[in-house]
Design a protein around this ligand. Structure first.
Ligand SMILES: [Zn+2]
Length: 1078
């Protein structure tokens, strides 16, 4: 991939300049009523022009505050007591006054004082003399500040190969110390001595700088994201990791998952892959000696931990069936031990990774942690072999930052046949003069300046000192060879709908307010560029040059054949235009407040904005409120004939989930070629044809945000927080990604939000820490039993600070000929994420009933394979046997059938949004999306104070919802608060400040009152927001009305009009398996 090859349009500075036709552009001084100036060829429509009948907003130099009526900031909750919600305009310290809407795992403030973060003398002393072994490393002495204002460009750079920079040498900076000098290592040789897990409680972070890093998180180009909101008062994980006892003899990195049922044969322990013989599986639930309902009971089978008998449906006890057993304990995970891969903890658990050669499971996970040797074995298992890759995933604050390696002008060492990157699994031979590629098997010459003798163990003597030889993830500095142009600056272009509906619903004001508040958070330093345009039936650009006294509006009236006026002045450096931009954003809602133009030229507007961004690339953030109705890419209300809701009975309903035509897709492909990524914020109260619009974000590496029905009361806060996270989260631009596999396995297909121009690579105009791609794999040969199979994900990208980097993650897994090993090492969360993503792809392609059936069939086929081939003959056919690792698969599959994408009722746009929402979604967010978290909040005061912030979740069954209770249910995007009809008035008063539930509106704001109950609720909300990197849309649900029905539709274990109960579903699955057995 990274071989530049032929020139791509995206890499070439385009020579054509739309200014050639700029003389037909309309210039308007905003405060002049000079409509006569409008060009003759394409006059602005004769509707009341937005500026002619209203007080000129820009009179007399700097405008004062806009009239309150015009700019509904007053609609936005601000100030106490609405501390949780208030999207108050941030001051210099926006987060002090209000609790964090969400926090992205910030490093605790003050945890890394610069004095302590400096390289220690010991680290420097430990370094080998320069000239041999590792080359000098330059170290940034700037600690990461909360605003990430300093580009971490030289942090922790390790120079390999020819010393290209003398930085490190002149600073006398530390060399790369041997691994383990700063990291607590599990004591392999003395397993009886418990090792204190690394963690803030036992070892303050600032005392474990790891690898001589100067500032936590600054070594990776991404660094830690600027904490979007203030850090929680506690350090993450302090309490848990402190109180967690280690079982004697265990190493902190291989503990069984506490709270997760672990059969004694579980590979998730010290034993790695070796399976211990067992006398019998422990009962999966306390007190349950036999699988429930099992007739006369043969003993439970090895490798089997969940056996459900079924002698009669009425006998199945819902309390005995497999359920999520979440735990709040932090798991320590070392990716390899004793030269063997350690299976990762569940993706939904809280874990800290030590990269010991395999990459962190955050970056890459496989559906099965052992690779079947043959395609036949894989087919027999009925499981899917796929990787989920999230190349820029957020690390845990306690994890060692990713090392940046500089190979100088020659670039990183690569296999000359497959172009795979140097990694810990390349085997050096012949006194280090040659190496065998773990991906293609080719034997290569080691470059002269990269040679090193081998030790007695056959490894290079410097392996532990070179990150690329001992770490599963590293980042290489890209050389000129990886660029066809200079790395692009960070460019953010905002495009705001100002048509009548957008203005009247408050959507325009909310968008302008959100943009205005995030301007100060835009990353990228002085190179960052911005631009803004508004649109209704025409497009309005603004010249933001500082030299002008006020922003100049430039109207593009032609929405069929679009152009961009004054290309060079529409996008300018932020530092040059900030005042103008802020002034403009304050005034846009007023300027258009009487707009009567209902039409929307969405397609033309994004095209014109793209033309403005074409020479640089960048992020186009579009705020859209209505169905595009005019100009190129306009749409019609496909759901008009009473079909705003689709039922499963309609044969062709799924076609409404396909884009209506190819116009927008063709535009999107062109955008992607020029490295323009589109994010779409849909703030709407009507059908907008999400299925058609979403093609643009999808093809360009962007995403869709959906606020329906848009509420000017409750949605601005979420809009602001979503936008803020969008721009502040770690991200990169103009990226290309490829996954390579060992011989015998190859990539079959990539899925996610990107553009493909050649089969092997995916193009990502932008990529961020939340974006996940699914990579399906297939066999093209047999694997040798006992060999390892490697996967390498390489992402070439430009940082927001304009550095070209290659992030390389390598994962090496054992291969196996045993079906039972596949089931034992199946990764439930990853498998289910793949099933869900695959299902989402099929929804627009086939009738819903068929897609639903297919989802159930996948589940049945896997369980059937286990039942037929892995359960012993003694097993009664009356039992449902679930492999331990996949025992929740039926529950998740049932929940999938009941979520927005697959439920039998629902709006077309809701379904289309769901399909788009899950496309790039990381695994940890997929599980709560189908099986939301529900907790009770009326009894928070009864819980002991040292409990985790978020109480234990309740199963999603209405029998657990009492009339006296109040419950919170969240899925990462929505948050419902349900109140029963007999709730204690005191509790209502404390939580909501009212004495009767009727007094609370549906769209409401959780405020913080001065009582412990309310404070606990707010703390919980903030913790959930932090975990989900999402602000959550709050809705109040009351018993007896529509909102209550909506709440109970999330009780996925209940029987619903359109679906079976959990027990019924298990019986259904069991019957299907039995019929296949016969
Ligand atoms: Zn190779």
């Amino acid at each position: 991939m990274e071989t530049p090859g032929g020139q791509r349009p995206g890499n070439v500075r385009p020579g054509t300049n739309p200014n050639a036709i700029a003389n037909s552009m309309q210039n308007l001084e905003i405060n002049q009523q000079q409509l006569s100036n409008l060009g003759g060829s394409a006059p602005r429509p004769s509707n009341p022009p937005p500026f002619s009948r209203q007080p000129p907003p820009f009179t007399g130099g700097r405008p004062g505050p806009p009239p309150p009526s015009a700019f509904p900031r007053s609609h936005l909750p601000s100030g106490p007591p609405s501390q949780t919600m208030g999207p108050a305009r941030p001051t210099s310290s926006p987060l002090v006054a209000q609790p964090p809407p969400f926090v992205s795992r910030p490093a605790p403030p003050g945890a890394f004082p610069s004095s302590l973060a400096r390289p220690s003398a010991a680290a420097a002393a430990a370094a080998p003399p320069s000239g041999t072994g590792p080359r000098p490393m330059s170290v940034s002495s700037t600690p990461l500040t909360s605003q990430l204002s300093t580009p971490p460009q030289t942090g922790n750079m390790v120079s390999n190969g020819p010393p290209a920079f003398a930085l490190g040498a002149t600073q006398g900076g530390p060399q790369f110390p041997p691994v383990g000098s700063n990291m607590p290592k599990p004591s392999v040789g003395h397993p009886q001595s418990p090792v204190v897990p690394p963690g803030p409680s036992s070892q303050p972070l600032h005392q474990r700088p790891g690898f001589g890093s100067s500032s936590f998180g600054a070594s990776s180009s991404m660094g830690q994201p600027a904490p979007p909101f203030s850090a929680p008062a506690h350090t993450p994980f302090s309490a848990q990791s402190q109180t967690m006892p280690l079982p004697p003899g265990s190493s902190p990195f291989s503990r069984p998952v506490p709270g997760m049922p672990q059969p004694s044969s579980s590979p998730f322990g010290m034993q790695g892959w070796r399976q211990r013989p067992q006398q019998g599986a422990p009962p999966p639930f306390p007190g349950q000696q036999q699988p429930y309902g099992m007739p006369s009971g043969g003993p439970p089978l090895p490798n089997q931990s969940m056996a459900l008998g079924q002698t009669g449906q009425s006998k199945i006890d819902p309390n005995q069936i497999p359920r999520l057993t979440p735990n709040s304990t932090v798991i320590f995970h070392e990716t390899r031990q004793d030269n063997q891969a350690n299976p990762p903890p569940p993706a939904t658990s809280d874990y800290i990774v030590k990269d010991a050669g395999n990459c962190s499971p955050r970056y890459m996970r496989c559906t099965i942690n052992q690779i079947p040797c043959t395609v036949d074995l894989l087919s027999t298992s009925a499981m899917q072999l796929a990787l989920l890759v999230q190349p820029l995933a957020l690390p845990h604050p306690s994890e060692e930052p990713i090392q940046v390696v500089d190979f100088g002008e020659h670039g990183p060492v690569r296999c000359s046949r497959c172009k795979g990157y140097i990694n810990p699994f390349m085997k050096f031979i012949d006194q280090g003069r040659r190496f065998i590629c773990n991906l293609c098997g080719f034997i290569d010459e080691t470059p002269q300046d990269y040679r090193c003798n081998l030790g007695p163990d056959g490894r290079r003597r410097d392996a532990e000192e070179r990150p690329e030889l001992c770490r599963g993830t590293v980042e290489f500095i890209a050389t000129k060879e990886y660029m066809v142009r200079d790395p692009m600056p960070a460019v953010y272009f905002f495009l705001v709908d100002v048509s009548m509906h957008a203005i009247q619903t408050g959507a325009t004001a909310a968008a302008c307010s959100a943009i205005s508040q995030v301007i100060s958070d835009l990353p990228g330093g002085p190179r960052t560029m911005v631009g803004i345009a508004t649109f209704d039936s025409t497009i309005h650009f603004y010249n933001l040059k500082r030299a002008l006294q006020q922003p100049l509006m430039l109207i593009v009236p032609d929405v069929q054949d679009v152009y961009t006026p004054l290309e060079s002045d529409v996008i300018v450096q932020l530092a040059e235009c900030r005042e103008h931009l802020e002034m403009l954003l304050e005034n846009i809602p007023t300027m258009f407040q009487n707009n009567r133009i209902g039409d929307s030229a969405f397609g033309a507007a994004i095209k014109a904005s793209f033309l403005a961004m074409k020479s640089t690339g960048g992020k186009l953030l579009v705020f859209q409120s209505v169905l595009p109705s005019i100009g190129i890419g306009s749409l019609s209300a496909r759901d008009a004939e009473g079909r705003s809701s689709i039922s499963a009975g309609e044969k062709e309903a799924h076609k409404l989930l396909q884009p209506v035509d190819k116009t927008l897709k063709a535009m999107a492909i062109e955008f992607a070629e020029y490295q323009v990524c589109v994010d779409l914020f849909l703030t709407t109260q009507t059908y907008v044809d999400v299925a058609s619009l979403s093609v643009v974000p999808r093809m360009t590496g962007g995403q869709v945000y959906y606020y329906y029905p848009f509420s000017a009361l409750s949605d601005p806060a979420k809009l602001y927080n979503d936008l803020r996270w969008n721009v502040t989260r770690p991200q990169g631009f103009e990226a290309v990604m490829r996954v390579r596999c060992s011989q015998g396995i190859q990539v079959q297909e990539y899925y996610g939000n990107f553009c493909r121009r050649i089969p092997t690579d995916v193009d990502l105009p932008a990529i961020d820490c939340d974006k996940t791609l699914m990579v399906s794999l297939k066999h093209d040969d047999k694997l040798r039993e006992g060999s390892e199979c490697s996967f390498q994900c390489a992402l070439l990208y430009t940082t927001v600070y304009g550095q070209r980097r290659i992030r390389v993650s390598t994962l090496s897994l054992p291969s196996t000929n045993m079906l039972s090993n596949l089931f034992r090492s199946a990764d439930l969360d990853t498998q289910f994420a793949c099933i869900l993503k695959q299902t989402a792809i099929e929804i627009p392609l086939a009738p819903l009933a068929q897609v639903r059936e297919q989802a159930t069939n996948v589940c049945i086929s896997i369980l059937y394979s286990y039942r037929k081939f892995c359960a012993t003959a003694a097993t009664s056919s009356g039992q449902l046997i679930l492999p331990e690792a996949l025992k929740l698969l039926p529950l998740y599959t049932l929940a999938l059938l009941k979520c927005n994408g697959l439920r039998l009722d629902g709006r077309i746009d809701d379904r289309a949004f769901w399909i788009n929402y899950v496309s790039p979604l990381p695994i940890p967010f997929i599980i709560p999306l189908v099986y939301p978290r529900m907790i009770s909040i009326h009894d928070l005061n009864e819980k002991v104070s040292d409990d985790p912030i978020i109480p234990s979740p309740i199963p999603l069954s209405s029998e657990h919802v009492s009339d006296e209770g109040i419950y919170l249910l969240e899925n990462g995007d929505d948050c419902l608060i349900y109140a029963g009809s007999s709730v204690d008035k005191n509790v209502l008063q404390q939580l909501f400040g009212v004495s009767a539930i009727e007094e609370i509106p549906i769209q409401f704001i959780v405020q913080q009152y001065d009582n412990p109950l309310s404070k606990k609720l707010n703390a919980i909300l903030n913790e959930i927001r932090r975990q989900r990197s999402s602000y959550l849309r709050m809705k109040l649900c009351k018993k007896g009305d529509v909102s209550g029905t909506m709440f109970f539709s999330h009780m996925v274990e209940d029987k619903t009009p359109g679906g079976l109960s959990y027990v019924e579903y298990l019986i259904h699955i069991h019957k299907q398996i039995q019929s296949r057995m016969d």
